[in-house]
Design a binder for this molecule. Structure first.
Ligand code: ATP
Length: 229
């Protein structure tokens, strides 16, 4: 079982294909220390999403191993693996309910104060308070949120959940410079002290990463910091 996870992730010689015969991930190894921020980069179709899916236990693979805190994830129930991660994905999954419930996502027992603190920390609290019903505003078609605001809400949600590891798929959609800065700051807050794997599209993310993994055709072709590469 995964208990009190520190967030060490070890990929060792992982190979995987969705169909027999076609290897999508080839002999992939990487070692990520607790709290490290790792950027995964590579052209479209190079296997970035597949790699994350394997880590999360979405697909069975029988070549190589992925360990969390030294425990082979083959031996851990999938729900238990997923419970160790927060995910901030390009498709912001906000649902038709209050902002408060969206930020507590499936955990009604969470204290409201923790939600306010997270919203403040990512810089979306002020905006929420400008809405007529504040945190009780139901997100539906009558509330228009910008792409940036939606992303800030999902970042706040991850901060509320506060899992030891984070998967972040950076949005490719362009936002204005001010929003860009706000998102960058929010992500800095979220990734601090948390093992973070970021499918990176922003240069600033790549520059700030402790390690960059460069994928091509399912293979790790380079790794290191921005200065080293
Ligand atoms: P992008 O930057 O476009 O998101 P990526 O680097 O994340 O790309 P993947 O989505 O991991 O790449 O895809 C790697 C390869 O695996 C591609 O050739 C893709 O067509 C294939 N692939 C992805 N998902 C599946 C699937 N469910 N079944 C079969 N093949 C798939």
């Amino acid at each position: 079982h995964l208990n009190d996870v520190k967030g060490q992730i070890d990929f060792d010689d992982v190979s995987f294909g969705y169909n027999k015969g076609t290897q999508i991930i080839k002999d992939f190894s990487a070692h990520i220390k607790p709290g490290q921020k790792v950027a995964i980069v590579g052209p479209t179709g190079s296997g970035k999403t597949t790699l994350i899916s394997l880590l999360m236990g979405f697909y069975p693979f029988n070549q190589g191993s992925i360990k969390i805190d030294g425990i082979d994830t083959h031996n851990v129930p999938k729900t238990e693996i997923r419970d160790q991660f927060d995910m901030v994905l390009q498709d912001t999954w906000l649902f038709e309910d209050t902002i408060m419930n969206n930020l507590k996502y499936n955990q009604p027992e969470i204290d409201d104060e923790r939600v306010y603190a997270a919203a403040k920390a990512v810089g979306i609290d002020h905006f929420i308070k400008t809405l007529p019903n504040g945190y009780d505003t139901v997100l539906n078609d009558s509330v228009s949120l910008s792409v940036g605001q939606k992303q800030l809400l999902t970042i706040a949600r991850a901060l509320v959940r506060n899992k030891p590891m984070l998967i972040l798929d950076e949005a490719t959609s362009s936002v204005d410079t001010r929003t860009e800065e706000q998102l960058q700051q929010a992500m800095d807050v979220l990734t601090k002290g948390r093992t973070s794997l970021v499918i990176a599209h922003r240069l600033s993310t790549i520059k700030n990463a402790d390690n960059i993994l460069v994928l091509k055709d399912g293979q790790l072709i380079e790794s290191g910091t921005h200065d080293q590469l």
